[in-house]
Design a protein around this ligand. Structure first.
Ligand code: ADP
Length: 203
């Protein structure tokens, strides 16, 4: 699929973590790491993957649909239970379910902001979606967490604005947390991957 000059790094492993310090695709944060990979988040072998859900928690298109398809009906069942207890999930918040049939043990569901030309506090809400997901991961003592690029699909958040928020929020979190060891951003396409690479290099 990928050309030789454009070889996709496959998901699921931390190979070379020890000697790839601050390469273009990763950045060490103390003894932890932020890593960029290209691929499908549903295939990640991590403690938790994060779902860019919508407030209904009832599934949707994009990465949300892919996660529910791959993980099976158990995830939706748990989402329904959460929804029955606490109602719709506001943007910037996060909840957790099991991973169903996924290799990941958990799915953290968060809701990013819909982009409205920056007039509605979207940047802070996006940061909150990443931060609250990581706080939940730490509460569950998870060590590896994979994120998609939240809000940059159907929700229209520009990637050049979203990527720096994503990586800097993860960076700040890792600097003060002692549970999460690896934050992975799993980018579906080259454009998103390149934007995240630029953002990581600029940290
Ligand atoms: P949102 O509604 O938060 O914008 P989308 O699912 O529409 O969420 O898009 C978020 C990002 O997830 C987009 O960059 C899209 O390309 C990406 N994406 C879609 N499917 C997958 C997948 N299986 N793995 C990783 N990323 C995905």
């Amino acid at each position: 699929m990928a050309s030789s000059s454009e070889k996709a790094e496959t998901s699921g492993s931390s190979e070379n973590a020890g000697n790839s310090e601050n390469s273009g695709n990763s950045k060490k944060v103390g003894n932890k790491i932020i890593r960029l990979v290209r691929g499908d988040i549903t295939r990640e072998e991590v403690d938790a993957i994060v779902n860019a859900a919508n407030s209904t928690l009832m599934g949707g298109g994009g990465v949300d649909g892919a996660i529910h398809r791959a993980g099976g009906p158990q995830i939706l069942e748990e989402c329904k239970q959460i929804r029955a207890i606490q109602g719709p999930l506001p943007p910037g918040q996060a909840v957790i379910t099991g991973g169903g049939k996924l290799k990941a043990q958990y799915v953290i569901h968060t809701v990013g902001p819909i982009w409205r030309n920056g007039s509605s506090n979207e940047e802070e809400t996006l940061a909150s979606a990443y931060r609250e997901s990581l706080i939940l991961a730490a509460q569950y003592e998870l060590r590896t967490v994979s994120f998609p690029s939240i809000s940059t699909g159907a929700y229209g958040f520009p990637l050049d604005k979203a990527a720096p928020i994503a990586v800097s929020t993860a960076h700040s979190f890792l600097q003060q947390d002692n549970s999460v060891e690896e934050v992975r951003f799993v980018l579906f396409d080259t454009f998103a991957f390149n934007e995240f690479q630029d953002a990581l290099n600029a940290l």
